[in-house]
Design a protein around this ligand. Sequence first.
Ligand code: TMP
Length: 210
Amino acid sequence: MSGLFITIEGTDGAGKTTQIKLLEKYLRDKGFKVVCTREPGGTPISEKIRDIIIDKNNAEMTDITEALLYAAARAQHTSEVIIPALNDGGIVISDRYLDSSIVYQGFARGMGEKLIKGINRYAVGELEPDITFFLRLKPEDGILRKEKQTDLDRIEMEKAGFHQRVYDGYVRLSKRFKDRIKVIDALESVEEIHDHIVAYIDELMKKNSI
Ligand code: TMP
């Protein structure tokens, strides 16, 4: 595979979408083929699975069902979109990937990292992001501010403790995988965050002779 696989992670409301758009433009302007995608989603089948997962009427969904649905959406997304784009020499920017399942299902739901990695082995095979940006935003600065809104999805409706475990989980993962996961303070300005991301990408591309 000759392309570059970039993922963006973070707690809900950390500003991933804005940064993905800016990075996409930056890379396209440099002449690269860029595919922007998201999880859960990114293919018609995976988007249907997404609707089931986040539907707040599905309150009875068990943790294992949820974890398997995320993995199923990821399996389709990986084989239908990510791998073909990388094989075509493109750059893939995914809004969330496997780290989300490790953090949300493994840590925050308490299912454990081993189980989540085991399930997801079928979905991702050997594929791993070349670089991951964790936009670090404490729950009280992000998702918990959204609590007053009425249109929250099933995951966003979780209690404060859940979002804190998600945050702690990301911090833990990023410490363990320092080389891959770059931590960026999501309270910085949009421009500052973009500049940090670009600096890391330029460095990685230089290293990989892209
Ligand atoms: P989004 O709002 O960033 O599109 O993601 C939808 C929700 O799904 C978000 O609350 C994070 C959650 N999620 C998981 O719990 N596990 C996963 O594997 C992924 C990809 C997302």
